[in-house]
Design a protein around this ligand. Sequence first.
Ligand SMILES: [Zn+2]
Length: 62
Amino acid sequence: MKFKCEICNSEEFITKPNQYDVYKLVDGKLVFQNSELVNEKVTLFCRECSEKMEFEEKELAI
Ligand SMILES: [Zn+2]
């Protein structure tokens, strides 16, 4: 699939505050636990210009 921001061509995307990645301190290191969603659906926005990205659930590799 082509997954770039159509406006600025960025390939980096960020979540908004409805998603929380949880890290836990284990043996002195931060270990990723899980991702908690307030909304069930993941929403991504372009890191550069904040354009909302449209994608399907099956395109997520989580
Ligand atoms: Zn963009």
